[in-house]
Design a protein around this ligand. Structure first.
Ligand code: PLP
Ligand SMILES: N[C@@H](CCOP(=O)(O)O)C(=O)O
Length: 464
């Protein structure tokens, strides 16, 4: 399998190259040259397989010849062996047609572990026997940071620099990052919001002085391997609910558009997906884009769902590229316009293409709290605020298909918000039980390339 940049001007790479590069050198995002498809029989054959084996079947075509099937199986078994639930991503029934897909049974209690546990192992595998070192630069609104740090802490040949917006992540989220004291882990609180952190990461990739000296890589969902691993759970859940004989709808709490784009990939691969609901909080740029074609930035509002306090959704570019006829030059021009003005209009092809599969909803704090209370009172489930945003949208969806809400974080990560809405304060699971007794280490820096770039240059190890 070959990977092309959405902006058409970066080298075409294989899976290993795209994984190690993270972001394409022209500022675009790598996408597979075509979507592999599964027949109805191949989808039916997934029934009863373990999560790790399902992952091998779904990911093998994307990996191409960069790993053998046995090597991929070994990595999947290691990655998903660290989850605390035997089903890895279990389904929980809430109502006759409403389901939760619990994605938070990994080491850091959010859906990011599903992909990042595997990505850490892929980095290690691809670096074995090479003198190349990786300098990973990432931005987090709370969950990617801890999952990425857990996946690479202490690994040979890797330094990780993780930028989070100071004061805008929950205490549990911050401590899950800043109490990891391995020497290759560098936490930076930036004086700004997530969009500024993400923009800084992309600017550092484009800064020659850094790119020439360090082999930069990404752990955010700009890295294709992240999304590839997330496609798996759409198949795993849908097959358990009757696919390929039945179409399933998914409601996805959305910020950077990575998780829901993985659902789009599953649909392109042949999974019968009735609808993908893009559920946003009041930072609703994606809801406006999908409902009216207006993709224009507003100011980032701070909410009880901090991981979704995002206005610029990196992976939306992948969708627009695919729906717009895969024209790299046109995509580059559209993104240049957006970077310059903070706004763009979707083309007719992009808007109509999206309308065939996606629905969207903007859910405010009040409806989020109502959904949390409904889950508690109706089904005895305590859910986190991000999941509640998607559940609220799922319950409003007009469909006869089963609706699966992606439960993206453990409620204990957002204990204050859960308590405010339901009166219940979730306890921290045993695996992170001593979080508040651990020492923290991080620096706080202004959100400028000069400050953060200098810090990275001073603390990273140059690549051989
Ligand atoms: C708990 C939680 N839910 C939802 C999201 C949004 O997912 P995405 O950025 O893939 O759209 C995030 C952040 O990525 C998150 O941490
Ligand atoms: N919500 C994310 C933001 C980064 O998203 P990613 O999926 O692109 O890594 C977070 O929690 O950090």
């Amino acid at each position: 399998m070959r990977y092309h940049s959405t902006r058409g001007a970066a080298p075409v790479l294989d899976f290993r190259g795209a994984t190690l590069a993270g972001l394409a050198s022209d500022g675009g995002l790598y996408v597979p040259e075509s979507w592999p498809t599964l027949t109805a029989n191949q989808i039916a054959d997934l029934a009863g397989l373990s999560y790790a084996e399902t992952a091998v079947r779904i990911m093998l075509p994307f990996v191409g010849d960069t790993l053998s099937e046995e090597e991929l199986r070994d990595l999947c078994e290691q990655a998903y062996g660290r989850f605390s639930h035997a089903a890895v991503t279990p389904l929980v029934q809430l109502d006759h047609d409403q389901w939760l897909l619990e994605l938070f049974h990994g080491p850091t209690l959010a859906f990011k572990d599903v992909a990042l546990q595997l990505l850490g192992l892929l980095f290690e595998k691809f670096l074995t026997g090479s003198t190349r070192r990786l300098t990973i630069i990432g931005a987090t609104s709370g969950d990617t940071g801890s999952a990425a740090i857990d996946a690479v802490a202490g690994r040979e040949g890797i330094d990780i620099f993780m930028l989070h917006p100071a004061g805008r992540v929950s205490d549990v989220q911050r401590r899950q990052m800043t109490t990891v004291l391995a020497p290759n882990v560098h936490n930076i609180a930036i004086e700004g919001d997530f969009d500024q952190a993400q923009a800084l990461v992309k600017t550092m990739f484009a800064t020659q002085a850094l790119a020439d000296r360090f082999s930069l890589s990404a752990v955010n969902s700009i890295n294709w391997a992240r999304l590839m691993a997330q496609v798996v759970y759409y198949f795993y859940a849908a097959v358990r609910l009757g696919a390929p004989g039945k179409a399933i709808a998914f409601s996805v709490p959305t910020g950077n558009f990575g998780d829901v784009f993985a659902g789009y990939v599953a649909a392109r691969m042949g999974l019968p997906v009735e609808r993908l609901v893009v559920a946003t909080n009041v930072n609703d740029i994606l809801h406006r884009a999908l409902s009216s074609g207006d993709y224009s930035k507003g100011k980032v509002e701070q909410t009880a769902t901090p991981s979704m306090d995002i206005q610029v959704s990196s992976n939306f570019e992948r969708l627009l590229f695919d729906l717009g006829g895969r024209d790299g030059a046109a995509m580059a021009a559209q993104m240049r316009g957006f970077d310059a003005s903070g706004a763009m209009r979707l083309t007719n092809a992009q808007q109509q293409g999206a309308a065939g599969l996606f629905a969207s909803a903007r859910v405010d704090g009040n409806d989020m709290a109502l959904a949390m209370r409904w889950a508690c009172e109706h089904a005895g489930e305590t859910i986190d605020p991000h999941t509640a945003i998607a559940l609220s949208a799922a319950r409003a969806l007009d469909t006869t298909a089963p609706v699966v809400t992606l439960a993206t974080a453990h409620p204990a990560k957002f204990r204050d918000a859960v308590e405010r809405a339901t009166g219940l304060r979730p306890g921290l699971p045993a695996r992170v039980g001593d979080l508040f007794d651990r020492e923290e280490r991080y620096v706080t820096l202004p959100a400028t390339l000069a400050a953060v770039g200098d810090y990275v240059a001073a603390h990273a190890t140059p690549s051989a």
